[in-house]
Design a protein around this ligand. Structure first.
Ligand code: SAH
Ligand code: F3S
Length: 432
């Protein structure tokens, strides 16, 4: 029996793509292996969002070349494939395939013609969703992509180049996938999109569906206990969606809504033309709809032209919103993006110092929030045992990790009394 090895880097969309690729290869009669030297085909499912992510892929390919069986096929799929195109074959001459994020369903072609080089980085749209087999068993948390690509064109971001223009999937297709996930084991649904709250699909009869419609319909599925979505663009947070937080208890009180920077000046240069007032108004509306809601953000520090004062404004907005669970990155110039060509690139040492300052503050905010949960009962979804098997890891409704003693009967969805907290996680006791 032939074996495949797959390693996924990057965002949830890639994790989802990785599952679909594995399912497709299983349908071709292959089995998964975690041992590169034993695999007949080796696939790296890649992320290009920062230069470091791309570099990681090429160094991994160097290691794989040395470790694999001489006859094994190897290649890349996803965003680095699209970023590098044919250049990947120049860098690694014995590479067998380079398939972009919208053409990885073509992978079986290389199995049929192993002596060729397979290159396809077309932006074909949604074709892959129709061509790939459904997963037979869904994970407990099912990621359901509802769109591909992004139209926002933030000047630092390579995603509109690697994943193309934004296209929303048909409403009926998304609901079909959601019901399938529920019937095969999912109890939480996470809708995915680069600009997920911009979801907009108009059917033949002229009826337009938004993300709020998907949530309303999904909440009717009895097996589904929790619903969330990521990632949201601030100005796409429309009133119909905000209202769902008020009326739909299955929708988790947690939202990732990246602000990126707290400086008006930098936001303009990033081509994210919202004001801080508007951003804060949206958060106020969300809090009115669901008072306990918590917000997380992504931040970029050291964007071209960012001054000490611009950075201080980012620190101020983090303090004002009291974000939890956030990510921060040093700006990384990427090919095919406008910001890479901007003047006043910020030196590496300044970027590093700003990142350290912001990170340490975000950690402090996370610890404060975690500590505020002590003595409260949170609703948590089981992820599985930890490495030792002595504990179980749960995920709260605010996406915190919560650790409990491993017990005989651990409910998939548990009410847990929080007894202790630190920056990274909570500890608790299952109550019901
Ligand atoms: N809407 C997408 C964003 C994709 S990129 C999503 O959340 O899936 C994820 C995050 O990476 C962005 O929010 C941004 O903070 C960061 N990022 C994107 N391009 C970057 C770059 N060139 N340098 C540093 N960080 C970047
Ligand atoms: Fe990238 Fe901005 Fe879209 S961060 S994915 S261009 S919203």
């Amino acid at each position: 029996m032939q074996k495949f090895f797959i390693q996924t880097f990057g965002c949830q969309m890639n994790v989802y793509d990785g599952w679909r690729i594995a399912t497709m290869l299983e349908h071709h009669g292959m089995v998964r292996t975690d041992d590169i030297s034993d695999a007949d085909i080796i696939i790296l499912n890649t992320c290009a969002v920062r230069a470091k992510a791309t570099d990681k892929v090429f160094s991994a390919l160097g290691r794989i070349r040395r470790a694999k069986k001489p006859s094994a096929l190897f290649g890349i799929v996803g965003c680095v494939a699209r970023e590098s195109g044919a250049d990947a074959f120049r860098r690694i001459p014995d590479l067998n395939f380079v398939l972009g994020p919208q053409s990885y369903h073509k992978l079986p072609e290389i199995l049929k013609n192993p002596d060729t080089k397979l290159l396809n980085i077309d932006l074909g749209g949604l074709e892959k969703f129709d061509e790939l087999p459904q997963m037979e068993r869904s994970p407990r948390v099912a990621y359901i992509p509802i769109q591909e690509g992004c139209n926002h064109c933030c000047t630092y971001c390579i995603v509109p180049y690697t994943r193309g223009r934004e296209i929303s999937r048909a409403y009926d297709d998304v609901i079909r996938d959601t019901i399938h996930a529920a019937k095969t084991g999912a109890i939480e649904i996470c809708f995915l999109g680069q600009n997920v709250n911009g979801y907009k699909y108009t059917d033949d009869k002229g009826h337009t569906y938004r993300l709020s419609d998907l949530i309303r319909e999904t909440a009717k599925i009895p097996e589904i206990m929790r619903i969330r979505f990521t990632s949201s663009y601030p100005t796409e947070m429309t009133d119909d969606l905000i209202k769902m937080f008020a009326i739909e208890p299955k929708l988790l009180p947690f939202l990732n809504m990246p602000i990126q920077s707290g400086s008006k000046n930098i936001l303009t240069k990033m081509n994210r033309p919202y004001t801080l007032e508007l951003y804060c108004d949206i958060i106020n509306k969300l809090k009115t709809a669901r008072p306990e809601i918590q917000i997380s953000s992504d931040f970029i520090v050291g964007f071209p032209g960012e001054t000490d004062e611009d950075f201080a404004e980012t620190m101020r907005i983090a303090q004002k919103i009291k974000y939890i669970n956030s990510y921060s990155f040093k700006y990384s110039p990427r090919p095919h993006t406008g910001a890479a060509l901007m003047p006043n690139q910020v030196p590496e040492n300044i970027k590093a110092a700003r990142l350290a300052e912001l990170d340490s503050y975000l950690n402090e905010l996370q610890r404060d929030f975690n500590e505020s949960c002590i003595d409260k009962t949170l609703s948590c979804l089981l992820e599985g045992p930890d490495k030792t098997g002595k504990h179980l890891i749960y995920r709260t409704q605010f996406m915190q990790q919560c650790i409990v003693e491993n017990a005989e009967s651990a409910p998939e969805l548990a009410n847990i009394l929080i007894t202790a907290a630190n920056k990274a996680s909570l500890r608790g006791k299952i109550i019901s």
